[in-house]
Design a protein around this ligand. Structure first.
Ligand SMILES: Nc1ncnc2c1ncn2[C@@H]1O[C@H](COP(=O)(O)OP(=O)(O)OP(=O)(O)O)[C@@H](O)[C@H]1O
Length: 848
């Protein structure tokens, strides 16, 4: 039934088609004289209507989308109609404001405002305040003072991002006050403000970025206890993921202890490693959880793989050929940008050919091996036996070496690093090199010596071996292929089979841990720029298939499967995710597969809040899939989040912090952090010593001396000896075996020291070279292409490793290095005036 009818004024009869305007139920209806009508739902109005009185009539301006204006209405009727409309609108607005208040309380005052709630508040709260800001006077006329107060407070912060920040800040301040007592007592020491904020912030995604010793573990424990104590989550709704078993145990122990001390009787949350979580899910879904011996025993894996390789090589000629062809990664010396790269290449590559020669380049290796595989006896770099030298007096001719010499045939082979235009790579002087070529040619010709020249571009064209074959056949050199059996025996006896097996196993591990598909394997290897990348990819795919077939045959899984299969279980909905909160420790070392697992859990769960705790300065596990980019590019790769940085460290003093922090921040890719320390000292506590004793190198004695010095001042202090490689620690440990000791001694590799601490640290092993620190034992390009992408800063991961090492000690860190051959890290510390104590004049002498 129509109510509140307004009709046109007498004037309106001439100027409007409207017959009448009325409110019917929750609609405003305009009837026209031609029997058509317009209808508006009252709830659609976003503002009050405005009545305007004209001379003989009135008009009502509506706030629909088109700002419809109804003119020429009877004044009295229009007044009643407009008031009624506004009464309706005021009522609905008051309802909306009440809903906004409830939602604001629910999503921003009673809990930390989450990114996913902003969308909800945008519709109900922030849009209202925006609307109010545009129509303040009108709204103030019609709405209750309480609502107006609410809206005016809201509208003071017009930008949503500012409003969100303010609401979050308000919530944090409130909790800091309310929970002060709890935060004072939940850990053995009161939590710092940063730690409290890391506990309070409960966004959908949270990143807690810390430095060593800033209390990451304290935060994980306190956060879980806080959630439980505030009834935000029950213990079984909180999942805490630790990096390894030991860390999970430590977390559990700390949780129980802390809960006890804070007088909270509660069971711990679910604290697991990623693998244990995977296993739990697989068991739950009744999937196979039998762990293969290939996963639990590295020796078994190696022996299975070597046996498989041997079988393939013996049964399949093509496979054997491929294996041989791929023994060494192709290197194009023309791709080096400078002579340093060239020198580096020469230094790190030791090419030993089948014939037992240590050859200088990859292409020489190819030639020597080809000769050997064709049973051609050859010498490497023989001095050229010059027939006509006597009497020439030309001294330049004294030192001529050829690449190879075939004694049986008196033939010389020379391989030259030049392109078609006689250009040389960046490390070789073009003029000298070409002069040298010309000279040799002249000499050979004078002597009527048979010689063959091969060039870099022959290799580039894939015609090196063809050229050799053609020439040698022309000169009746017998080419007798060695045969598969002998080739296989050669590989086995030379140890190359074992060596390659290790290389391929590392690649297999990289493929498994990153869950690479065949296409990804091909793509990644292609990016390595290898000439024969397809063949490497094919080899690795064959190996990967063989490995997974073997696991299936055993009806067993490996550690990577625990993650991969569990991800599938969650994806398929075979597990219903019970957690409201997931906390992950050591996030800087998380792999792509683990992140995919987490994302699946988050997506399949309801409203899960995820907290990652990590330190980008301590990312040291790239070789087992650790993908630091997930931390440094968290926003882009993981999602929008709340960031809390823990910058106060409790373990060590400002001296250790200054040295370690400056050292790690040399890499511009690392986050900048401004670390403060609980303990302040005024003298350097990082001390550099040489490894000399009575004029000779004697590392073990030096360590012993330091231990004795520490012991004199602090007889019960714990001391950690740290090294890049275990074998050096073993030597020191052996040396100290029967010496009297009051201190607790630890022997940790730098990788193994993650998360550990001691009163004093002694770092050894700052050598140069393959087993040095930084290690020059770089991954081969093949493995490198399969591992997660890393930043381009030189030695970036090794640099972080030293950061981890220096920050293990509470009081002092000693660095022992060979002053005559010290590593670039020590040179940097000395030459760049780091605030360390250089307790040996030998470094000052040799540092230049
Ligand atoms: N608020 C605090 N006040 C005093 N001591 C604290 C505080 N928070 C943590 N600690 C102490 O600092 C030390 C380091 O804490 P924790 O082991 O949690 O650090 P971490 O960040 O995990 O270190 P790392 O990264 O080196 O493994 C511990 O002995 C811990 O008890």
């Amino acid at each position: 039934m129509a109510q509140y009818i307004a009709t046109p004024s007498w004037l309106g009869r001439f100027f409007t088609r409207i017959k009448r305007v009325s409110i019917e139920q929750s609609m405003l209806v305009i009837d026209f004289r031609d029997n058509t009508k317009l209808q508006f739902r009252l709830s659609e109005f976003s503002n009050f209507s405005v009545l305007r009185n004209r001379l003989f009539s009135a008009e009502i301006n509506l706030s629909d989308r088109n700002n419809t204006c109804i003119s020429f209405l009877n004044k009295g009727q229009a007044d009643v109609l407009s008031k009624t409309l506004n009464h309706y609108f005021a009522n609905s607005l008051e309802q909306k404001i009440n809903k906004a208040k409830t939602q604001l309380k629910q999503y921003a005052l009673d809990e930390f405002l989450r990114d996913s709630s902003i969308e909800i508040l945008n519709k109900t709260v922030f849009s209202l305040s925006k609307n109010y800001a545009h129509n303040q006077i009108l709204w103030q006329q019609h709405l209750s003072p309480v609502s107006i107060k609410f809206l005016s407070i809201l509208s003071r912060t017009p930008k949503v991002t500012d409003a969100v920040a303010q609401l979050r800040h308000k919530y944090e301040q409130k909790q800091l006050t309310l929970r002060d007592n709890f935060y004072n007592n939940v850990e053995s020491n009161p939590l710092t403000i940063e730690q409290r904020l890391a506990v309070i912030r409960d966004n959908d995604k949270n990143l807690v970025l810390a430095a060593a010793g800033t209390g990451k573990t304290s935060v994980m424990v306190a956060k879980s206890l806080d959630l439980i104590d505030r009834d935000i989550a029950t213990p079984d709704q909180i999942l805490v993921l630790a990096y390894n078993k030991a860390a999970a145990e430590e977390l559990k122990e700390r949780f129980i202890k802390r809960a006890g001390q804070a007088n909270l009787s509660m069971t711990p949350p679910v604290i697991l490693t990623f693998h244990a979580l995977g296993l739990t899910l697989l068991r739950n879904a009744k999937k196979s959880t039998e762990l293969s011996v290939l996963a639990s025993d590295a020796l078994q894996l190696k022996s299975w793989f070597t046996a498989w390789l041997s079988e393939q090589m013996q049964a399949n000629s093509a496979f054997l050929k491929s294996f041989v062809d791929l023994l060494y990664e192709p290197v194009d010396i023309f791709s080096f940008k400078n002579s340093a790269e060239d020198e580096h290449y020469v230094r790190i590559n030791e090419y030993k050919s089948f014939a037992g020669y240590k050859v200088k380049s990859y292409q020489e290796l190819l030639i020597s091996n080809w000769l050997h595989l064709n049973s051609v006896e050859h010498e490497y770099k023989p001095a050229y036996k010059i027939k006509q030298r006597v009497g020439t007096g030309d001294k330049r001719l004294n030192k001529q070496y050829s690449s190879f010499y075939l004694p049986k045939y008196n033939i010389y082979l020379d391989h030259y690093d030049i392109d078609r235009q006689s250009n040389t790579p960046s490390g070789i002087n073009k003029e000298h090199y070409n002069e040298h070529i010309a000279l040799k040619r002249e000499l050979y010709k004078k002597d009527n010596t048979i010689f063959l020249e091969t060039f870099h571009f022959n290799w580039l064209d894939g015609k090196l071996e063809q050229r050799l074959g053609k020439f040698l056949k022309q000169h009746n050199v017998a080419l007798t292929p060695l045969g598969d059996d002998k080739t296989f025996a050669l590989l086995t006896n030379s140890g190359q089979l074992q060596q390659e097996a290790e290389k391929y196993l590392k690649c297999l591990q990289a493929i498994r841990v990153e869950q690479l598909t065949n296409t990804q394997i091909k793509q990644r290897i292609k990016q390595s720029g290898f000439k024969n990348h397809q063949r490497y990819a094919a080899m690795l795919i064959t190996i990967h298939d063989a490995y997974t077939n073997e696991l299936s045959r055993q009806n067993a899984i490996d550690f990577d499967d625990m993650i991969i299969h569990a991800t599938q279980v969650v994806k398929k909905g075979e597990f219903s995710v019970p957690w409201s909160h997931i906390l992950v420790d050591e996030f800087q070392d998380i792999s792509g597969a683990r992140m995919a697992f987490l994302n699946t859990l988050i997506n399949k769960g309801t409203g899960i809040r995820f907290t990652a705790v990590g330190d980008d300065w301590q990312a040291i596990y790239r070789f087992s899939g650790g993908n630091l980019a997930l931390t440094t590019r968290f926003e882009e790769l993981v999602g929008s989040h709340s960031l809390t940085v823990l910058q106060k460290t409790f373990r060590y003093n400002n001296s250790i912090s200054d040295v370690a922090g400056r050292f790690v921040m040399q890499n511009p890719e690392q986050y900048k952090k401004y670390i403060t320390t609980h303990v302040q000292v005024s003298t350097p506590q990082v001390i550099l010593l040489d490894d000399q004793y009575k004029g000779a190198k004697s590392l073990e004695v030096k360590v012993q001396q330091i231990i004795r010095t520490i012991q004199k001042n602090d007889a019960t202090a714990s001391i950690a000896v740290l090294s890049r490689y275990r074998f050096m620690l073993n030597r020191v440990e052996e040396h100290l075996k029967n010496k009297k000791q009051t201190n607790t001694l630890h022997f940790w590799t730098l990788h193994g020291a993650k998360g550990l601490e001691a009163d004093y640290g002694i770092i050894i092993g700052f050598e140069q070279g393959k087993l040095g620190f930084p290690s020059n034992n770089q991954n081969n390009v093949l493995l490198e292409s399969l591992l997660p992408v890393q930043d381009s800063f030189t030695h970036s991961e090794e640099r972080r490793l030293l950061y981890v090492g220096i920050t293990r000690a509470k009081h002092k860190t000693y660095l022992i290095a060979d002053p005559h051959a010290c590593s670039v890290f020590i040179k940097e510390l000395v030459n760049d005036d780091y605030p360390i104590e250089v307790a040996s004049t030998l470094f000052n002498l040799s540092s230049g």
